[in-house]
Design a protein around this ligand. Structure first.
Ligand code: HEM
Length: 483
């Protein structure tokens, strides 16, 4: 802002910003005090709807650098050369809390990256967990309702949380992960990120690969115990946000080494797990991590509202060489985010500085709507046109996949080793004795808040099926707490 007198929104100088205008000294306020009315009216409209999930978050800009050649897997231009750099914006978040909630809570963390590539913005909207609670988008609103405030009590209720999880055994893997040590990261800098879903990469020759992304923190993993988090959440609700901003201000730029697991398309049909089931990981022994990049955050946003609150990320923002997989959850997400953005930020949300392409420009024939800035000037707004307007390329961003069968409400296909418990059990058995103890304690504390025995028992039974010892210990711990 330039220096000079305070003005109204229309730019007229303000004489008095302390006293409103009255009819005589001590008399009622006048409608002609337009400064007062303008200030009150603008203030009433300062808030936009918060994100329905992931409302609480922090963001920063940085750079993604290619460190290994992956051109045999993808033709994405921003990945075309070792050493190539692309600007990024990353927003971290918690999931269940509202905008003012504390950061140090047991909850997955969002890990949403926007790559400002020369072929358009590529958004990878992931979490700090490699898997998720459910595998079909149709269950997402119900699931989130159990995580948010109960319509009658106005609080999060253990009954709802464990009722849904107990009745949704596919959640067992993610819940085991969440109540383990990594369920409360010490900060956004000290956790990994995952694309979680399987995505498609395709190369110049049109060959298809299914991939999973991993961002491994170079700061090392650091977590909070349940007891530490309880204290920190009360003392410093903004702990994660503050930590990120201050680290960048100090010049301690957090970074992540970026890996991909690559599955040749032909292997998907016979892989031992359904590779498009978001409740499962691909064991590294089957598909090793291939390192290909480094992501560094090095610049704080200047205005949180403009750049973080109004930032929009969509799993549907792909670039040539990258596309979706048939994962049913992902398919639902391809709709949900754009729709949320249009509601939350408006139809021209993509025009805001944080959201628009930085390394190319958007050339569309869409026009107008609230807060349209006239960027297209007098250009024709239809296609095809003979006035040199933008033209279609004829080359899809991703390769088609073949499908068979009849339409219907179908269950996600089960592969040879798939069931809802196998990977949860494997995760439990990987833990050290101390880790198992903390996991059981954390879960038992949460389950003991349930009011109905049948809900508690059904929830425990899922962990029993994952691992006999896990179930036995959990049952004993819950009994000890519930009496
Ligand atoms: C079908 C399942 C899902 C649906 C319908 C869904 C829907 C949404 C919606 C509506 C938002 C708010 C968007 C906005 O207002 O800008 C959101 C945010 C977010 N979701 Fe999901 N979500 C789903 C699953 C997932 C999964 C599996 C992940 C991670 C792998 C994820 C990660 C995120 C992240 C990181 C954000 C915050 C993005 C930001 O920082 O702006 N979501 N989700």
């Amino acid at each position: 802002m330039t220096q000079g007198p305070l003005t109204t929104e229309a730019g007229a100088p303000v004489a008095d910003n302390q006293n409103s205008e009255t009819a005589g000294v001590g008399g009622p306020v006048l409608v002609q005090d337009q400064l007062l009315l303008e200030k009150l009216a603008h203030f009433n409209r300062e808030r936009i709807p918060e994100r329905v999930v992931h409302a609480r978050g922090a963001g920063a800009y940085g750079t993604f650098k290619v460190t290994a050649d992956v051109t045999k897997y993808t033709r994405a231009k921003f990945l075309s050369e070792v050493g190539k750099e692309t600007e990024v914006f990353l927003r971290f978040s918690t999931v269940a809390g509202n905008l003012g909630a504390a950061d140090a809570v047991r909850d997955p963390r969002g890990f949403a990256v926007k790559f400002y590539t020369e072929e358009g913005n590529y958004d990878l909207v992931g979490n700090n967990t490699p898997v998720f609670f459910i595998r079909d988008a149709i269950k997402f609103p119900d699931f989130i309702h159990t995580q948010k405030r109960d319509p009658y009590t106005g609080s999060q209720e253990a009954d709802n949380v464990f009722d849904f999880w107990g009745l949704s055994p596919e959640s067992t893997h993610q819940v085991t992960w969440l109540f383990g040590d990594r369920g409360i990261p010490a900060s956004y800098r000290h956790m990994d990120g995952f694309g979680s879903h399987t995505y498609q990469w395709n190369n110049e020759a049109g060959e298809v690969f299914w991939v999973k992304y991993h961002f491994k923190t170079d700061q090392g993993i650091k977590n909070l115990t349940a007891e530490e988090a309880e204290i920190l959440a009360g003392k410093d609700p903004d702990s994660h946000q503050r930590d990120l901003r201050e680290a960048i201000e100090r010049g301690e730029f957090p970074s992540w080494t970026v890996y991909v697991q690559v599955m040749p398309a032909a292997e998907a049909a016979t892989y031992r797990f359904n590779p498009f089931d978001l409740t499962k990981v691909w064991p590294h022994a089957d598909y090793p991590l291939i390192e290909f990049g480094k992501l560094e955050l090095n610049r704080n946003p200047e205005n949180i509202f403009a750049e973080v609150e109004q930032s929009i990320f969509s799993p549907a923002h792909f670039v040539p060489g990258i596309g979706p997989s048939p994962d049913k959850m992902l398919q639902g997400r391809l709709f949900a985010y754009g729709d949320a953005h249009r509601y939350r930020v408006g139809i021209n949300a993509d025009h805001l500085p944080v959201n628009r392409p930085h390394a190319t420009e958007a050339r569309t024939n869409s026009r107008d709507g609230y807060l349209y800035d006239g960027r297209h000037k007098g250009a024709k707004n239809y296609e095809p046109n003979s006035f040199g307007g933008p033209f279609q390329t004829g080359r899809p961003l991703w390769q088609p996949i073949s499908v068979t069968g009849v339409t219907g409400e179908t269950v996600t296909p089960v592969h040879a080793e798939d069931n809802d418990f196998v990977q949860a059990g494997n995760l439990y058995r990987l833990m050290t004795e101390e880790e198992k103890e903390r996991l059981v304690k954390n879960l038992a504390n949460a389950i003991s808040g349930v009011t109905r025995d049948d809900i508690a028992e059904r929830a425990i039974n899922n962990f029993r099926q994952a691992d006999e010892d896990f179930g036995k210990r959990l049952e004993a711990a819950v009994q000890a707490l519930r009496g």
